[in-house]
Design a protein around this ligand. Structure first.
Ligand SMILES: *[C@@H]1O[C@H](CO)[C@@H](O)[C@H](O)[C@H]1NC(C)=O
Ligand SMILES: *[C@@H]1O[C@H](CO)[C@@H](O)[C@H](O)[C@H]1NC(C)=O
Ligand SMILES: *[C@@H]1O[C@H](CO)[C@@H](O)[C@H](O)[C@H]1NC(C)=O
Length: 508
């Protein structure tokens, strides 16, 4: 009896796991790849463009960048966007996610003047994509704000919500007839808890919380404006691209601490938008109230959201965007144990974050591969906010290698897509699409050009920034075409058909 029961449970446990390599992505599921303006465009000082925060940062503090580099030229996409479009077409992408450089479109930051050249550049890119049947997905803010706003306190200044909404309105009015997928802000967590620190201009104590509120208000203003003034005409969708490591409790005893950290680290950005009740997560309000009162503050460092603000922010999503790369385990620190500084880790958490022992190493190591985390994250989102329309807005593998035979990247993509299939078919998640980060190697913030995420290799020593497809580009185009992920099958097909050996040509 016992034996029979075990065989049954064993086989029913294994069957779906064995079968999922055979599962196909449904027809409606869309595949894309992503980049962002500062990381690829270059041409930082052409025409009437003014410096962004990242232009200023890399020029004044080059030692903060691993290889002392900057995005002055990057992939030269401002001049070579046609090659990017060609690559997207060769991959067979359904959509291409890129961002608008705010200071390129609005050199003064404010909507007082629209740059003719900036406007033309994005017109050309959007039209070029549509000509090839590729849907443009546009991010409005991807880390490069006009420097003038940093001088005004950046996202810690509540007025930023208005200035951002003005900029978003300009973009909707210029491109809304052709762009149907909009992401207001990329990675609010990094904008508030780390970018401000990376850029070294905003104080770390209050600014992250002021930033959180301002970002949410900025996003909501843009969302409401689109819904009222553009959606009836264009029927597009607006969302935000969250990011976080997924956090799992190291032991059962650590689960309460882990859940508190999840709510603090990413629930703070997600709950106000996606939950049924809106507003800050109650536990985070309590935490910050406790901490602030211990510190002697008369009020919580987390600014309150009025009833009106709660309602204004709640439900401002047409989809739940998630950038997922990696996960960490969480455990309580032992007495006297040194705690490495961790993004948004308050002293009170007294927690240690570690890579999963069975995660696969990457360079930089902070991105170690842990595909299970993606499925757990989606399950957490569903449990906390109900079933959402989800879009994986970024996911990718990084290495220091220039290598074109990037089997590790292929494995990373395959394993993560496998989890997405399980989310869809076994967990009932409504995931509509997957975006690989990145279309090509590019300027990877503090890692400069040392961290390579690209399906296409870019030769940064070549004035022409020659782009060359990696094997992963061929694998990804196979996935998109066949709707299946089995890399062994792909390999044997490649070997079988000589014609198929090099389905993707170099883009010289
Ligand atoms: C633009 O910046 C580059 C350095 O990236 C510099 O060589 C060039 O002279 C600058 N051009 C103008 C017009 O300032
Ligand atoms: C806040 O402080 C109260 C009273 O000390 C305590 O019971 C509660 O657990 C604390 N909450 C958090 C989230 O730290
Ligand atoms: C990886 O380790 C975690 C806990 O350490 C475990 O829950 C998970 O099942 C493991 N995954 C694999 C694929 O071994």
């Amino acid at each position: 009896m016992l034996v029979v029961a075990c065989v049954l449970c064993f086989s029913s446990f294994l069957r779906p796991l064995l079968a999922n390599k055979e599962l196909h992505f449904p027809r409606w599921f869309k595949f894309g790849a992503a980049t962002s303006s500062y990381q690829i465009e270059g041409s930082w000082n052409v025409s009437d463009k003014t410096p962004s925060t990242w232009d200023d940062y890399t020029h004044t503090q080059p030692h903060r960048i691993k290889d002392h580099s900057n995005g002055d030229v990057a992939c030269d996409s401002y001049n070579q966007y046609e090659k990017d479009i060609e690559m997207a077409e060769q991959l067979g992408l359904d959509f291409y996610r890129f961002s608008i450089s705010w200071p390129r479109l609005l050199p003064k930051g404010f909507r007082t003047r629209i740059s003719a050249d900036g406007r033309q550049y994005y017109d050309n890119l959007i039209n070029g994509l549509l000509d090839r049947g590729i849907e443009p997905m546009v991010t409005l803010y991807h880390s490069d704000m006009p420097k003038i706003f940093q001088d005004l306190g950046g996202w810690a200044n509540p007025e930023m919500a208005e200035w951002f909404a003005d900029y978003a309105d300009v973009a909707f009015s210029l491109y809304g007839d052709r762009v149907k997928l909009w992401i207001t802000i990329n990675e609010p967590l990094h904008a508030c808890d780390s970018s401000s620190r990376v850029l070294g201009v905003v104080e770390p104590f209050l600014a992250p919380y002021l930033c959180t509120k301002t970002l949410l208000m900025a996003h909501a203003k843009a969302y409401h404006n689109y819904k009222k003034n553009y959606k009836p005409m264009y029927q597009g969708k607006v969302g935000i691209a969250h990011t976080a490591f997924y956090f799992g409790a190291k032991t059962q005893d650590d689960s309460e601490l882990t859940e508190l950290f999840r709510q603090y680290n990413f629930g703070r950005f997600m709950h106000p938008i996606h939950s049924k009740s809106g507003g800050w997560p109650a536990i985070v309000v309590e935490l910050l109230k406790n901490i602030s009162s211990k510190e002697g503050f008369p009020r919580s460092r987390l600014p309150p959201l009025s009833k009106h603000e709660v309602e204004f922010i709640r439900g401002t999503n047409d989809f739940f965007g998630l950038n997922y790369y990696t996960s960490r385990t969480v455990r309580r620190a032992k007495a006297g144990e040194k705690r490495p500084e961790y993004l948004g880790n308050l002293p009170e958490f007294n927690a240690i974050f570690e890579s999963y022992p069975n995660s696969t190493a990457t360079y930089p190591e902070e991105y170690s591969s842990y595909p299970e985390g993606l499925r757990a994250f989606i399950a957490w989102v569903t449990k906390n906010y109900g079933v959402q329309d989800i879009l994986i807005t970024e996911n990718g593998y990084t290495s220091y290698k220039d290598d074109l035979n990037d089997f590790d990247r292929i494995t990373y993509i395959e394993k993560h897509l496998e989890k997405i299939l399980l989310c869809i078919y076994e967990d009932g998640a409504r995931i509509h699409g997957y975006t690989y980060w990145s279309l090509m190697d590019n300027f990877e913030w503090k890692h400069g050009y040392t961290a390579k995420f690209g399906l296409y290799n870019v030769d940064f020593s070549d004035v022409d920034r020659k782009r060359t497809p990696r094997l992963s580009a061929q694998y990804y185009s196979y996935v998109i075409k066949s709707r299946q992920i089995d890399s062994n099958k792909w390999k044997s097909q490649m070997e079988d058909t000589n014609d198929n050996k090099k389905p993707i040509a170099d883009v010289a």
